[in-house]
Structure formats: structure tokens, C-alpha cells
Write a protein that binds this ligand. Structure first.
Ligand code: GAF
Length: 382
């Protein structure tokens, strides 16, 4: 990958680049909790976005996406949302840096990678993190990871129109080999928990669908959570987020007025409780208990939060009664992408063969499987 991107860069721009990489992520538990100031349990994986970059002597910004064989050109005074979607993840970061008062001059970038797009593995966060890390280095901006991460998140809000939480960018930036990150999304305090899977591996099953409503429904869920807080605030003005909410409050103040918002909030409150218990399972090496919680999370996302889809449900239902699978659930924002499965190592090959056949027959779609290993976060490679 490094040689490939270096050669493309030399071919396009006639000079040698500096190369950075930033990984995609998995999330063990804690879905749709980040923007509710809750907890998440993500980890960076062995699939990366690479940014090859060099500074220019003028103010031109030239971006080339190897995957799309497409060039995008602008200049530092004209960084705005583009109809070229892939470019927005880079331009959004430039915009954030400019808004913080960092005067950038021109640069060339080639972007490439092996994080599958639209698979719920956060390829967009990986582009944003690789870009901000690269710009920070070549322009000597002196920013640390904790400063860069929220800027990368903001780039997604403003230039991609998705009001995402901080989990994906944080996982990409702060990943640590063989550890999951227990992140408190309110304080951004975090703890690395060793991922000892006792003979199990993380298997990702990609539905190969991304339904169109993913972005709009994501923003709607955020609003529904905010509505829940507003209803509680009529009685308890000190409550700031679902992190502080109990089931009792939801039953009293939300359920009678808005049963749908109640369902959404109930899922989030339960998911935070589940995650704290799951961390204990992980520390004790109790993969069976952790796996059961993953199935509970899937049910919550499917029936209460309503962000699953028939393809994801099919995959979780299929593996549910297979003893070699400790747990499975949809992962990420929803409406497509991957399920995350904890599977006994020796059973992976047969499981993947069987589920692929069944999925293709039932959904008329191909299934892609990956075994994810857990790696370090954003880095300079050359
Ligand atoms: C997407 C978002 F980008 C994250 O912030 C998070 O909310 C996730 O969906 C759901 O947990 O990946």
C-alpha cells in the first residue's frame, strides 16, 4: 500500500510525498451513546486510509482519490462544500483548521486505502484523522491528538452533513494495538482495556448495503434524544443529557407524552448500563457474558432505536444459535454496513462459508467477511 500510494503521488505530482495512515474502527459495545455523552468501547483495526502529502509554494490545493481516479482542485481561499463527496472529508478538515486561525498554504494530496466504504467501519473518520494529522505535521501546527480529534469530528458535521458523535474519530486517532478504548464521551477521559478474547476472534460480516436513509435517520435519532431531554427538563432542569437519565425519569416524564421518543431514550439508557457491565466481562475474560450483551444491544437497536435493516437482522439471526459464536450485533450508525461477531477461531472458516451461501440466497447480495485485528491509531508511515 505504501509503495503504491508513493508511486501514484510521484506520477501525479512529480515529487516524493510524506505518508500518513489512519485506521477504521470496530465498536464492541455502546452504539448511539457517544452523542448522548455516554460511553463507547471502540478499537482501531488493521484497515487504513493513507494520505500522501507535500507542501506547495502557492495556495493551490490538489487532491487525488486513487479509488475513484479523480482529481479535485481548489485553493486555500475557496474551501467550500463540494459535490465531490470524497473531497469533502479533506476540505472539511482544512476549513476547521482555517476557522481556528491556522493559515495554511497550498498542498498536494493522494488519498487511498483499504477501509471498505459504506461498511460502517468509519472510512470517513479515517480520512479526516489522517488529513488533520498530516496537515498538522507538514505545517508544524503543534496540535495534539486531543485537540485534533474534535476538529475532525466537526469537519464531518459541516462538510458531510452528518451530526456524528466523537467515537469514530477518537478510535481512529487513539487506537492501541490489542486494546479497546473505554471512552467517556462527556469528559473524553479514556482507559485502554486489554482485548483478551480467549480463543475468539472479531469477524465482520459486511451486508454490502448502505440504505439511503442512513444520514437523515441518524440526525433524526439525535433530535429524538434531544426531545427526550427537553421533556425531562420540564421537571428536572438540571439534567443535561441521557447520560444522567434513569429509567424512572423516562417512565414518568417521557413515556406518557411521546412513546416513540421514550423507546429511543430507553435504548440509550440501557446501552450505557450494558457497556459498563461489559467492561467487567472483558476484564474477567467472560466472553460468553459479553457476547450475550452484544445480542441484547442488537435487539435494542432493532426494536427500540430502529436503526437496523433486514440484511443486518438476517446475519444476526443466522449466527445466534451457533455455539461457536459468542455474540453478534449490527455495528455503527445502522441501515447497512457490518455486523460484528465474536467467533471461536477454529469455527470461522466454516461459519463464513455457510453464512455467505445463506445470505446470498436470501438477500440476493454478496457477503464479505473480514477478521479484524486491533492495531494502533493514526501514524506517520514515512
Ligand atoms: C456513526 C457515528 F459517526 C458515530 O459517532 C456513532 O454515533 C455511531 O454511528 C453509532 O454509535 O458511526
Amino acid at each position: 500500500m505504501l509503495n503504491k500510494i508513493k508511486n501514484i503521488f510521484i506520477e501525479k505530482f512529480g515529487e516524493k510525498p510524506v505518508i500518513f495512515r489512519s485506521p477504521g474502527r470496530v465498536n464492541i459495545l455502546g452504539e448511539h451513546t457517544d452523542y448522548n455523552e455516554g460511553f463507547v468501547l471502540p478499537a482501531a483495526i488493521d484497515k487504513n486510509i493513507y494520505i500522501a502529502i507535500s507542501k506547495r509554494n502557492d495556495n493551490i490545493i490538489q487532491l487525488y482519490a486513487a479509488d475513484f481516479d479523480e482529481m479535485y482542485t481548489t485553493d486555500t481561499a475557496n474551501v467550500k462544500v463540494s459535490s465531490t463527496q470524497w473531497a469533502n472529508y479533506i476540505l472539511g478538515v482544512v476549513d476547521q483548521l482555517q476557522k481556528k486561525g491556522h493559515a495554511l498554504t497550498g498542498f498536494n494530496i493522494v488519498v487511498d486505502g483499504d477501509v471498505p466504504i459504506g461498511a460502517g467501519l468509519s472510512s470517513s473518520a479515517a480520512v479526516e484523522c489522517a488529513t488533520i494529522y498530516a496537515l498538522n505535521e507538514i505545517f508544524s501546527l503543534g496540535l495534539d491528538r486531543l485537540t485534533m480529534t474534535p476538529l475532525a469530528q466537526k469537519a464531518e458535521h459541516v462538510f458531510a452533513g452528518v451530526n456524528c458523535g466523537i467515537m469514530d474519530q477518537f478510535a481512529s486517532m487513539f487506537g492501541k494495538k490489542d486494546h479497546v478504548i473505554k471512552l467517556d464521551c462527556r469528559s473524553l477521559d479514556y482507559e485502554y482495556v486489554p482485548l483478551k478474547l480467549e480463543g475468539y476472534k472479531i469477524v465482520l460480516l459486511n451486508t454490502n448495503v448502505k440504505h439511503n436513509l442512513a444520514a437523515s435517520e441518524y440526525n433524526t435519532r439525535r433530535q429524538q434524544c434531544e426531545k427526550g431531554i427537553a421533556l425531562i427538563n420540564e421537571h428536572r432542569p438540571e439534567i443535561k443529557s441521557l447520560r444522567d437519565v434513569t429509567m424512572d425519569m423516562l417512565k414518568k416524564y417521557v413515556e406518557p407524552t411521546d412513546p416513540l421518543v421514550y423507546q429511543r431514550c430507553k435504548y440509550v439508557v440501557q446501552e450505557n448500563e450494558r457497556l459498563l457491565m461489559a467492561c467487567e466481562d472483558l476484564k474477567k475474560g467472560n466472553i460468553t457474558a459479553l457476547g450475550e450483551k452484544m445480542y441484547e444491544t442488537h435487539n435494542g437497536l432493532r426494536f427500540f432505536y430502529d436503526v437496523s435493516c433486514k440484511e443486518l437482522d438476517f446475519l444476526v439471526e443466522y449466527v445466534k444459535n451457533i455455539p461457536a459464536v459468542a455474540g453478534a450485533r449490527m455495528m455503527g450508525g445502522g441501515f447497512g454496513g457490518c455486523t460484528i461477531n465474536l467467533v471461536k477461531e477454529e469455527a470461522i472458516e466454516k461459519l463464513v462459508a455457510d453464512v455467505s451461501l445463506a445470505y446470498t440466497e436470501a438477500m440476493k447480495l454478496p457477503l464479505t467477511a473480514y477478521i479484524a485485528s486491533i492495531e494502533d491509531g493514526t501514524k506517520r508511515c514515512s
